[in-house]
Design a binder for this molecule. Structure first.
Ligand code: GAP
Length: 515
């Protein structure tokens, strides 16, 4: 897909999300802050269903995983111990003319992407010239221009990697100058120096200015799990291997906050820390990689839309790490991280708190600090993944057009829509009886306005998997038509069977059983 086509697809999703009550920009009437979003009536239902699917799969399906809900505010020493105060930084640069702020590494990465674009163009041109006899690998490794571009890319990547790795910000500045990188908005090359920018938001705890203490909004939920390791282990009588799961808000003052809910300043994470005996961590790392990809694929958003990306140089606290990437409209990008975090966090908290965070193994008579495998998925990114795969524009056979969200039924905001064919002749009253029969089991919509075709289209646009239409025949034989969203096929179902039939079609249970 070309860049503009990718942008176009994302733009369509953004406007659809707003028009149909999924996501609105935060405090929009004031032109709200960037990269902060509110979830509307359909959005909150979809989000809750994603949470439920994750929570049930992780907590209820594993006897050795329990959940917690820790506070957002934590003792500031937490963030010293975790390394976030010293090292949770992005390299930042300002353009003096446009006053725009950028991530220096992103500017350089975009430059590299531009060089890659030139290579792609050469390849496309050559493929056209040589036709069927074209050997891409040979062309890329021998064409002088392409070889030159590839060498240049590699040099820039190496220099950027080593400058960032050693915290050498003047070297990053020098690279920007040398490559003559211009502000993408104004074209100006009048830059400030590159400096570190800590991504944590801070505020003050306490009402008196004197006694106020600087505290942070948590940038990840994981630390709430680490500091509660001993509480949970003891009160739940757990022993390794066991896990603690949590869903909650996290906050990051992202410099480059774009691409809708992909990179936000306030977002939600679904994280699980799995505590294991040192030495068994690689086996558990592989097991969690397998389990998590299975969870994703169970939703049938397209097997081809997932790939693993192994980190070649994991962070200092990890001995293995990878991302599960999803094919978003912007291309393959990180959706979930799986990290083997060693005993780094628990040991650091032992050091800063002076408390022992260990497990006493009665069989061996030894105490040890457990190693940790972490699975961490962004709830909002998962929402975007579902939306990206679900958004479909179709031209059914009769020449009409429809936009349909093919959301997995188990996650759909509304499981059914109840539609009396006409708003008279006793049909609304019958519809109300049906509503009262299904409301205890399913989220639903009721719609009695407009022609039935328009009502179906409205439900398609919000991803409702089934429409229940009450017509005159319903009054005679107590049956309704059940219309399926994706195939648009209709079948008659008896009202007595309706709740049972819907359960079979929209429940999470079959998905959970497949895990
Ligand atoms: N505890 C590990 C951790 O926080 P991370 O890779 O920084 O690791 C985990 O974040 C996940 O959180 C990511 O894979 C992504 O899905 C989500 N995430 C991170 N930053 C985000 C942001 N600014 N907006 C939305 N989601 C974000």
């Amino acid at each position: 897909m070309s860049n503009s086509a990718e942008g176009g697809a994302l733009k369509k999703i953004i406007s659809h999300c707003k028009e149909y009550g999924f996501i609105y920009p935060s405090s929009e009437i004031y032109d709200g802050p960037g990269a902060v979003y509110d979830y509307g009536p359909n959005g909150v239902e979809l989000k809750n269903n994603i949470k439920q699917y994750w929570w049930t799969a992780m907590v209820r399906m594993h006897e050795n995983i329990v959940g917690i809900d820790a506070a957002i505010f934590m003792h500031p020493a937490t963030w010293k111990a975790s390394g976030h105060i010293d090292a949770f930084n992005d390299p930042l640069i300002d353009n003096k003319d446009s006053k725009k702020r950028y991530r220096a590494d992103v500017l350089i990465e975009e430059y590299i992407a531009g060089v890659q674009g030139k290579i792609d163009k050469e390849v496309t041109k050559a493929a056209g010239r040589f036709g069927r006899s074209f050997d891409k690998e040979q062309f890329v490794s021998t064409n002088p221009r392409v070889v030159g571009y590839t060498k240049k890319m590699k040099e820039i990547e190496d220099r950027l990697g080593s400058a960032l790795g050693s915290g050498d910000l003047p070297a990053v500045s020098a690279l920007i100058e040398e490559l003559a990188i211009a502000d993408p908005v104004s074209g100006s090359k009048n830059w400030t120096d590159v400096r570190q920018f800590n991504l944590m938001f801070s505020t003050e705890l306490g009402s008196l200015a004197d006694g106020a203490e600087k505290i942070y909004l948590r940038p990840e939920t994981a630390q709430g799990i680490f500091v509660n390791y001993l509480n949970v282990q003891k009160t739940s009588r757990m022993k390794p291997p066991f896990g603690i799961a949590q869903i909650g808000k996290a906050f990051r003052n992202e410099i480059v906050a774009r691409q809708f809910i992909f990179r936000m300043r306030e977002f939600e994470q679904m994280e699980m820390q799995f505590f294991v005996k040192p030495g068994s961590e690689m086996e558990w790392y592989e097991r969690w990689k397998e389990k998590r990809i299975k969870w994703h694929k169970s939703l049938a958003l397209g097997e081809e839309n997932y790939q693993f990306h192994d980190h070649i140089n994991p962070a200092h606290y990890a001995n293995a790490a990878c991302d599960i990437e999803f094919n978003f409209p912007m291309g393959f990008k990180e959706l979930e991280g799986i990290h083997s975090r060693t005993d780094f966090d628990l040991k650091a908290h032992e050091e800063y708190s002076g408390k022992k965070l260990q497990f006493f193994d009665q069989t061996s008579g030894e105490s040890y600090v457990p190693y940790v495998i972490e699975t961490s998925i962004g709830l909002d990114r998962m929402f975007l993944a579902v939306m990206s795969a679900a958004y479909t524009e179709e031209k059914p056979d009769n020449g009409s057009e429809r936009t349909v969200l093919k959301i997995p039924p188990a996650l759909a905001p509304n499981k059914a829509a109840v539609l009396p064919l006409v708003n008279k002749d006793g049909l609304p009253e019958k519809a109300e009886d049906i509503l009262n029969a299904i409301r205890f089991d399913f989220s639903f919509q009721y719609d009695a306005k407009d022609a039935i075709g328009r009502r179906y289209r409205r439900q398609d646009a919000i991803g409702t998997p089934y429409c229940i239409t009450i017509d005159h025949q319903t009054l005679d034989d107590n049956t309704v038509t059940l219309r399926e969203r994706d195939s648009m096929k209709q079948e008659r179902v008896s009202v007595e069977q309706l709740v049972h039939t819907l359960h079979e079609k929209v429940d999470m249970k079959p998905l959970l059983k497949s895990l």
